[in-house]
Write a protein that binds this ligand. Structure first.
Ligand code: PMP
Length: 443
């Protein structure tokens, strides 16, 4: 479908049913809240890239910061030394984070941030003399990237199946919290389902708390279709973790940096984890960077080896940890967040997205509509035996009508840039509604 471009060499990442390999969407440029494709179409960026471009595209302030850093210092190792830009960014991020989370470890991606957080959890218990605390707990329908640790604690069956022999031992999964018969079409946080947090007590009883290092979860599950935690669920999880000395990690790769209308999901839900993973929004997707924000005393224990002489030390880090160029992009992004008041803009757009999506209720083929922050999803009734087919058709039809959304199984996810106008968010929702009508013609 692409004006003269040779597509034969490029293996697209993860191709559901090989569909996109044969129907690639080729983007040629991006500016503000829009992409432009090889058919000359202007497409509203209804998912902020891959939830990673809250400021829209090609903000010249980010480009200028990168250019300036390149001229000042283009690279600096993070072993034995580090760039000033990275130190300053770490303290800025720590100041934005919930109180007590005041150390930042930089990675290059969300997957690496997840690896890092899980290693910190196990390393921390070890230096504190609890070497038996190595078990990890994730959730069904969780997405924590594509590393071996991430797919082990993750709960997307399709990502794990082929790699059964590589799954980490000692991992349990809490059930996901989606129950369409109880909470379909809830706006914001569902009222039903907080009791599902009690499942954590069952796992603790089964294995003994002294074997469990950490629980990891996305405050709102993103990649599997914007699954919003029931009211009280995260609070209960926090309570149980604290009671048993289990660390709680929030994977905020999507939810961090304003997506939920607060700096972090932790702030919006009023629940403070022991670590937060981040990536995506910190550089607005312009250049890779991720990291983990860690409770100060965990960091202190690890660097002092728990105050004890130990024969092994915690070793971890990447060639590009704290790379000065993404760190400079991070500063520019945080400057723009401040000067343009973007977290509040995201919060102000939340009801526009909520009303726009819930206005689609009653259309045929819709099983559920969910939303929280500037993030939402519509769950479709799939064609029997052909999961994902209808949602891919929705994407096709949205593109025909001028907007990009994301297929997440049988759900369609939306998460527009924070710079969007209310009219653009309404446009996105109405395009989605029309596209669903088109997709419902497939039987
Ligand atoms: N964790 C979560 C919650 C994510 O949403 C993602 C990416 N969508 C990741 C981890 C992995 O991040 P990356 O693709 O940068 O490795």
């Amino acid at each position: 479908s692409s004006g003269g471009i040779d597509m034969s060499a490029y293996w697209l990442p993860f191709t559901p049913n090989r569909y996109f390999q044969h129907h690639p969407k080729i983007m040629q440029s991006a500016k503000g809240a829009y992409y432009y494709d090889d058919h000359g179409r202007k497409l509203f960026d209804g998912l902020s890239g891959l939830w990673c471009s809250p400021l829209g595209h090609a903000d010249p302030r980010i480009g200028a910061a990168i250019q300036k850093q390149f001229e000042t210092m283009d690279y600096c190792p993070a072993f034995q030394m580090a760039s000033e830009t990275a130190f300053r960014l770490a303290s800025r991020i720590a100041k934005m984070a919930p109180a007590g989370l005041d150390k930042v470890f930089f990675t290059n991606s969300g997957s690496e941030a997840v690896d890092t957080a899980l290693k910190i959890a196990i390393g921390y218990h070890r230096v504190m003399g609890n070497a038996s605390r190595t078990r990890l707990i994730g959730r069904d329908r969780a997405y924590h990237g594509v590393g071996i640790a991430g797919i082990s604690v993750g709960g997307m069956v399709a990502n794990r199946k082929m790699f059964a022999s590589m799954m980490m031992p000692g991992v349990d999964h809490l059930p996901h919290t989606l129950n369409l018969s109880q909470m379909a079409f809830s706006r914001g946080q569902p009222k039903w389902g907080a009791h599902l947090a009690e499942e954590l007590e069952k796992i603790v009883t089964l294995h003994d708390a002294n074997t469990i290092a950490a629980v990891i979860m996305e405050p709102v599950q993103g990649s599997t279709g914007v699954i919003v935690p029931p009211d009280g669920y995260l609070q209960k999880i926090r309570e149980i973790c604290t009671k048993h000395g289990i660390l709680l990690i929030f994977d905020e790769v999507i939810t961090g940096f304003g997506r939920l209308g607060a700096n972090f999901g932790a702030d919006r839900f009023g629940v403070t984890p022991d670590m937060i993973t981040f990536a995506k929004g910190i550089t607005n997707g312009v250049i890779p960077m991720g990291g983990v924000i860690v409770r100060g005393d965990i960091y202190d224990s690890i660097i002092t080896n728990g105050g004890q002489e130990q024969s092994i030390e915690f070793f971890h880090g990447y060639t590009y940890s704290g790379h000065p160029i993404p760190a400079a992009a991070g500063h520019a992004v945080l400057d723009i967040f401040e000067s343009d008041d973007l977290v509040n803009r995201a919060r102000a757009l939340e009801p526009v997205l909520e009303d726009g999506l819930h206005a689609l209720k009653g259309k045929s083929g819709i099983l559920d509509i969910r939303n929280f922050g500037l993030s939402g999803a519509v769950e479709l009734d799939p064609v029997p035996g052909k999961p994902g087919l209808r949602s891919m058709k929705v994407l096709e039809a949205c593109i025909e009508k001028g907007a990009l959304v994301r297929v997440a199984g049988d759900a369609i996810a939306a998460g527009p840039p924070f710079i969007s106008t209310p009219e653009e968010v309404q446009f996105l929702c109405s395009v989605l509604g029309e596209a669903i009508d088109v997709a419902m013609q497939i039987k």
